[in-house]
Design a protein around this ligand. Structure first.
Ligand SMILES: [Zn+2]
Length: 51
């Protein structure tokens, strides 16, 4: 049996590719990881990503 996820799931961030994202609220550009990206500057989730 193969189990995926579990307590080590957070560490998989290294394996995920980053995308170029831009915050629509403050205009900050940053690298986003994962599906749900939050602006590091203003913590908004109103973010647009490429790729
Ligand atoms: Zn922002």
């Amino acid at each position: 049996m193969c189990t995926v996820g579990g307590p080590m799931a957070d560490i998989d961030i290294k394996k995920m590719k980053t995308r170029k994202c831009r915050c629509l609220d403050c205009g900050n550009e940053f690298k986003g990881v994962g599906r749900r990206v939050i602006c590091p500057s203003c913590q908004s989730d109103n973010v647009e990503c490429e790729g």
